[in-house]
Design a protein. Structure first.
Lengths: 250, 250
DNA sequence: TTCCATTTGTTCGTATGTATA
DNA sequence: TTATACATACGAACAAATGGA
């Protein structure tokens, strides 16, 4: 139930707007948590000391803003927070996370050297014509988190003989960026990303902590160094319930 | 069944690659159509005059490229064609379609003048702070098709008093671009796109001709003119089974 | 399956303050 | 000043969806 301390309405601003601000502040502050059920419209109206219509107007607004989710016959619920992932030329996980003022992690799930010929996505990789054809690649699987929420599963393939050392470096506790730098890769940019959607599989559900039937984005990214040589091909899976992809030119 | 004319293999290139090229060309040319069942591996091998293993290698490759779909115990099928939709700063439907050498259409499903206050997405629209606050907007709903395939449902909202005339112009048979130009909008660019995913609803299934349970992309786009004034807010729905979104900087 | 309580959605009506002509 | 229109706010009743008994 919502705190009993009533809001003092100031004249000059519509009451429903003041209620919107109040509820929004409570959601952003963490007083109301994700998926928490709000009291019914009638109860909320009584708590705020307004008519049910006024309360509804405020709830409609919050729903349009994506802060609450209203379900006919069930009630209103605090909506899940959605992270905006921007498609940019220089994608860096750590930069992304900073925006949300939460500690970000990128756990290494797996790191191994694979034979190029065994990769199921080999044909798609080769069609870009930018990756060196060394017969082995470094494969690194990571789980990205923002705060406690799993937000991405990534399977990175690093190309070129020198980068095979990444696997050992990671086992030795070094970070990916650090290790890349040590092997001569100081900067890389995105050449292309393709975005598809799929139903979550058992492995994704387990790692991303999503329900059966939830949709995931599947992004395949081609990253190249400053001379245009392919450095990394990554397949990243995002839960669509928690991540929205954003394209913002300029 | 596949044409009987055998392929003459040239030395120096592996045979399976030559078979891949041959089949790929037949698919791209339209000789083999979507969802068509290919002959069994044994028959294909005999037709090409190669061992079944060689044939399998070629089919595996085509499957990895997304050109065919192999189903254990059923056979191989020509995969559905997927249209790549590029996220660009100056999006034009007609430009997109050109790439695929098929006639593109954008049918007008609906055109009406709506009250700003009645829009469910009003809050999201206003938060960008670029759209003029004239109390009415022109709403145009279109169905995009490439060849005979429905590829998008778009709900365009055009802002500014002058653009209300779009509705009448469209009823009079004029095109959107043409009408925009007549009312002073000669160019516009994308300020922002957000990409979400959802299950297809009944309306989408009907218009896009997709099955129940198929996933759709939901893109919200903000388009502005050269001075940064908001011109159009559009919500576009793409069937993920037929459209892949592509981000390619530079 | 039916029935029922709960909750949101919709539509009446009424009253009041504010902006505009 | 008057008349009109519009947004805001309150009151009551019923419809429709949901979930549990």
């Amino acid at each position: 139930m919502i705190s009993t301390s009533k809001v003092q309405f100031v004249p000059g601003i519509t009451i429903w707007k003041q209620i919107v601000d109040d509820l929004q502040a409570r959601i952003d502050s963490g007083e109301l948590v994700e998926n928490q059920k709000l009291p019914g419209e009638a109860d909320l109206a009584k708590a705020y000391g307004v008519n049910r219509h006024t309360m509804r107007r405020a709830l409609q607004e919050l729903a349009a803003m994506g802060k609450v989710r209203i379900q006919h016959g069930r009630g209103s619920f605090v909506a899940k927070h959605v992270f905006d992932y921007e498609l940019v030329e220089r994608p860096r996980f750590s930069e992304w996370v900073k925006k949300y003022n939460k500690p970000g992690n990128n756990d290494i799930l797996e790191a191994a050297i694979l034979n190029l010929a065994e990769l199921p996505e080999l044909a798609r990789i080769q069609q870009y014509g930018v990756f060196p054809e060394y017969p082995q690649v470094a494969m690194i699987k990571t789980l990205g988190r923002v705060g406690e929420e799993p937000i991405s599963i990534a399977r990175h393939l690093f190309f070129g003989e020198a980068l095979l050392a990444l696997v050992e470096d990671l086992h030795a506790g070094r970070g990916i960026t650090e290790s890349l730098r040590q092997h001569g890769v100081h900067d890389y940019t995105r050449m292309r990303s393709t975005i598809s959607a799929a139903m979550s599989g058992p492995q994704e559900r387990d790692l991303l902590k999503v329900e059966k039937g939830e949709i995931v984005f599947v992004c395949e990214n081609v990253n190249v160094d400053m001379t245009g040589v392919g450095i990394e091909f990554s397949t990243v899976i995002y839960p669509s319930s928690r991540v929205r992809l954003v394209y913002e030119p300029g």
